[in-house]
Design a protein around this ligand. Structure first.
Ligand code: NAP
Length: 488
């Protein structure tokens, strides 16, 4: 396809869908390129057993449309991946979004030239647009550690972030799960009852909080249907509650962390009876430093006869299984990598060239930076959703996304309304903003001394916002033209 649009959006996950909807409302001609064959982004790819959102469904919903909120009834407090994917599909159908989405198409390059972006895809499309919006999320490229001997393994290897659409059958198999992060705590309890033996390879123990999941009763759903204000109030209460607990997660405040750690230790004591096993599962870093895990049944799964926690480091993968440093060979029929993702925003997801041919990789040589996580100096009319330093550690990502889309649209409206050519954030404005953020980083739990995907190899944090969601949303509520170079 060769075409001209006002707006090109990369990605049809939650952010891309909402951006497209809002752009349409403004009357913009928009096109979305999506690598998958369906909408939903992370919820399209992460379909491993037990996958569900560990943020409450009511919070993990779009807030923008009252009717949509009323007509969609979540069945559980923490929705499963299939239900969230159904929700994304419902939104796509409800607002008739599919007709502007080109599926199974990856953007391979974007180049800015004189007020327009030239976008190329792996299907040979060459389109031009005044605005380019990245809705690729921050965790979509899977991390497959280069463990010695990985290619020699005789059985299948899966990654939670690229789960096959045809569900593998683990019945009666010996399965190894590498990793003990947010994906692992969901997949481990889900497959444990099915497999013959499950070996969980833990490099770092993690703090786990109880989830207290429950199915919403028909009476409760009917109540919310009759009283929309009650639904609204409940959602607001949940939002403010997560904000209130936010400092426990993001601040380097050992006394606050100790309260959460006590709660987590109690959960461990209730879940695991063997003190030696409990010791192996107890983290040695401050609560909040790594992503907090939420699960009712992860720890108790290790009480099962067929489940083993392996804490000896992995030495190599062999034909028959995984060998650990103690010389033991764990014989396996299948391996599941729950080893997470390479942080997308650590580098450009595809070659991006801004003004005067400057590449984004070059601009981000010392770490990904953007103004308010949204705009990068030298890359006019380009907006990133969930860009650098916008990740939440304590609440729903959609709160941030919806606000960011509001901000990007203000800029777009200004350009369109006044017939401007481009807006490009001023370098000193961007630098000041980021210096301020990085100063605050040293007071966060993420800098309290642990390894995590939040941190760059040099220890810098370009992933998360070091404060409340409300603060971030307040800061981006108004697009300020004076912070941008504007060309007519
Ligand atoms: P992750 O949190 O990065 O965890 C990866 C795990 O793999 C860690 O336990 C890590 O150990 C281990 N690992 C990595 N490389 C290894 C190696 N070479 N050898 C042994 N172990 C290795 O990844 P994730 O669990 O997929 O979660 C990533 C993010 O996705 C989460 O933080 C969250 O933001 C999101 N997520 C959200 C949900 C949800 O319900 N909302 C669910 C899943 C994921 P170390 O800790 O020692 O590095």
């Amino acid at each position: 396809m060769k075409a001209r649009f006002e707006l090109v959006i990369v990605g049809a996950g939650f952010a891309g869908l909402y951006m497209l909807h809002r752009a349409r409302q403004l009357g913009l001609g928009a096109c979305v390129f999506e690598a998958g064959s369906g909408v939903g982004g992370t919820w399209y790819w992460n379909r491993y057993p037990g996958a569900r959102c560990d943020v409450e469904s009511m919070e993990y919903s779009y807030q923008f449309d009252e009717a949509l909120q009323q007509e969609w009834r979540w069945s559980e407090r923490f929705a499963t991946q299939p239900e969230i994917l159904r929700y994304a599909n419902h939104v796509a159908d409800r607002f008739d979004l599919r007709k502007d989405i080109r599926f199974e198409t990856r953007v391979i390059a974007a180049t800015y030239d004189d007020g327009r972006w030239a976008v190329r895809t792996d299907k040979g499309d060459e389109v031009s647009a005044q605005f380019l919006v990245m809705a690729t999320g921050c965790l979509s490229s899977t991390n497959r550690p280069d463990i010695k001997g990985i290619d020699t393994f005789a059985g299948p290897i899966f990654h939670t972030g690229e789960w096959p659409h045809e569900e593998p059958d683990f019945t009666g198999k010996r399965v190894g799960v590498i990793g003990t992060g947010a994906s692992a705590v969901q997949v481990v309890p889900s497959i444990a009852p099915q497999v013959a033996e499950l070996s969980v390879f833990q490099r770092t123990a993690a703090w786990v909080m109880p989830k207290r999941d429950r199915v919403y009763s028909p009476a409760r759903k009917a109540f919310y249907a009759r009283h929309p204000a009650a639904l609204h109030a409940s959602r607001l209460a949940k939002y403010w509650l997560s904000e209130a607990f936010g400092p426990m997660v993001f601040l380097d405040a050992p006394r606050l962390s100790a309260i959460a750690e006590l709660g987590s230790r109690r959960h461990l004591e209730r879940s695991v009876s063997d003190p030696a096993l409990r010791a192996k599962l107890t983290p040695d870093f401050q609560f909040g430093c790594k992503r907090i895990l939420i699960s009712d049944d992860y720890w108790s799964t290790f009480e099962r006869e067929n489940v083993e926690l392996v804490t000896d480091p992995i030495e190599e993968i062999r034909r028959e299984g995984i060998e650990t440093r103690d010389g033991r060979l764990h014989e396996l029929d299948a391996i599941v990598f729950a080893t997470g993702f390479a942080l997308n925003i650590a580098s450009a997801p595809f070659p991006v060239f801004g003004r005067e041919g400057r590449s984004l990789d070059e601009a981000w040589r010392k770490g990904a930076v953007a103004y308010k996580g949204l705009a990068v100096s030298g890359f006019p009319n380009w907006f990133i959703l969930m860009g650098p330093n916008t990740g939440p550690g304590h609440t729903s990502v959609l709160v941030y996304t919806e606000s960011q889309i509001g901000y990007a649209l203000q800029a777009i409206r200004k350009l369109m309304g006044e017939g401007l050519r481009f807006v490009d954030v001023r370098q000193p404005v961007q630098d000041r903003y980021n210096a301020g953020l990085q100063r605050r980083m040293k007071y966060t739990s993420w800098a309290s001394g642990c390894n995590s995907w939040y941190l760059d190899p040099d220890g810098g944090n370009h992933a998360l916002f070091p404060g409340f969601a409300s603060e971030y949303c307040l800061r981006i509520r108004r697009f300020e033209p004076r912070e941008y170079e504007i060309a007519r």
